[in-house]
Design a protein around this ligand. Structure first.
Ligand code: NAD
Length: 390
């Protein structure tokens, strides 16, 4: 019989968890195995002896990983915190904010203990906090790099919001920091966990309607303000913020990587407001096999479409990218899938990936590839030339 000496205090808080540990057996879950030191049993254990070993799935189901949200703005407060009330494998354990009033409000609303509340200065002390397994960075784009690296150095797994960063070089440093720390990094690509978008992936990559010929991908918002208009913080305009969903949609619908791009900036109808970033942008991605994806983004026009036109028919979502309310149709009829909480599914999947020791389907490398493509689109826009994506 194998017993496990636990080197992780947080894991032995409850009798259920003690049972879980003893039940792990020699096939310990890889991600947890590093934290558990197996020893041959010499004496009967003082703890609970298990007569009916729990299945690996039951052990995983008993454990909820603690998430700390960094940056309590619109997305963290409006979507992620509510989603964390629905998750099965993770929970809202902590917060990082620069605003004392927000700390007080969230503490009350979500019952967060004082010891799990940080500000941007003392954030690195999170290294000593066993309640926090995952740090979720929900700050303006240009701040992602610093906080992902600090989280990795504090020994935490990390989720980073999209776009992953504002340069590929930053993405490389973020990936390296997580790798060096032996921690997982994923990007907040919620649509990978949404049934209508998953259907686009299936129809496209399995070639259900034959080879894709063209794609139309449009994502635009009627208005925006704040840091999103400041190039230093946002890295660009609507392309960085919502156009990235078009790039993602084209990639996951084809299962292919674009090889070149041409791009045209739209006219500035509000030059004062958009002095720093583009107001709108049209671009065409070329994929292997001659597939062309025509994409549009804007901060002054609402648009929301992902459509693939293939040899034997078409399939599309409109709207494609919102938090809920997707609608889908193919040349053969309407799609019909349940409405889900995308963010809850996304965070649960990352927690499970950590617990099961498997890869996340939305890793840092995927975020890096998108940033590389976004930069090529901007280069094509500025040079007015076709830019190869290598
Ligand atoms: P927001 O402006 O509502 O919140 C930003 C937060 O960062 C605020 O709490 C603000 O106080 C804090 N902050 C710290 N330093 C700051 C600084 N120097 N300037 C401005 N704010 C600062 O933004 P948001 O909509 O929550 O977006 C945050 C991140 O989440 C962005 O990267 C965005 O792209 C991403 N996002 C993703 C989705 C999605 O569907 N996955 C949706 C919305 C936003």
């Amino acid at each position: 019989m194998v017993q496990f000496r636990n080197t992780r205090r947080a894991f032995i808080r409850s009798a259920t968890q003690k049972i879980s540990l003893l039940a792990l057996g020699s096939q310990a879950i890889p991600a947890l195995a590093e934290e558990l030191e197996p020893v041959e049993e010499l004496l009967p254990p003082e703890g609970i002896l298990l007569e009916q070993p729990l299945a690996k799935e039951q052990i995983i189901a008993a454990k909820k990983l603690g998430i700390a949200l960094v940056g309590l703005g619109g997305y963290a407060g409006g979507q992620l915190a509510p989603a964390l009330q629905e998750t099965e494998h993770c929970y809202l354990a902590g917060i990082v904010t620069g605003t004392p009033q927000k700390a007080a409000d969230w503490k009350t609303k979500y019952n967060i203990p004082d010891k799990n509340i940080y500000n941007y200065e003392n954030f690195d002390q999170i290294i000593d906090n066993k309640d926090i397994d995952i740090v979720y960075v929900v700050l303006p784009n240009a701040m992602h790099c610093e906080y992902v690296i600090r989280a990795a150095k504090a020994g935490k797994h990390v989720i980073c919001e999209k776009p992953m960063a504002i340069t590929v070089e930053e993405c490389d440093r973020m990936i390296a920091a997580c790798k060096d720390a032996g921690k997982m990094l994923s990007i907040g690509y919620r649509l990978h966990f949404e049934p209508y978008n998953q259907e686009m992936m299936r129809l496209g990559t399995k070639k259900i309607f034959g080879e894709i010929k063209t794609i139309e991908a449009h994502d635009g918002m009627g208005d925006t303000n704040g840091w999103r208009l400041d190039k230093k913080l946002a890295g660009g305009g609507p392309l960085m913020d919502v156009g990235i969903y078009c790039v993602q949609g084209c990639r996951y619908t084809t299962g292919l990587e674009p090889i070149a791009v041409t791009a045209v900036e739209g006219p500035k109808t509000k030059p004062e407001k958009f002095k720093d970033v583009e107001e709108s942008l049209d671009w065409t991605l070329e994929f292997p096999g001659g597939i062309k994806a025509h994409c549009k983004t804007s901060y002054t026009k609402n648009m929301n479409l992902l459509q693939a036109n293939a040899e034997k028919g078409w399939f599309k979502l409109s709207p494609a990218y919102p938090y809920r309310g997707q609608q889908g149709e193919t040349s053969e009829g309407k799609m019909n899938f349940p409405s889900v909480n995308q963010q809850a599914r996304q965070m649960d999947d990352f927690a499970l990936a950590i617990l099961e020791g498997r890869a996340t389907p939305v890793p840092g490398e995927m975020g890096r590839q998108d940033v590389k493509i976004l930069q090529a689109i901007y280069k094509a826009m500025e040079t007015k030339k076709r830019v190869e994506i290598v």
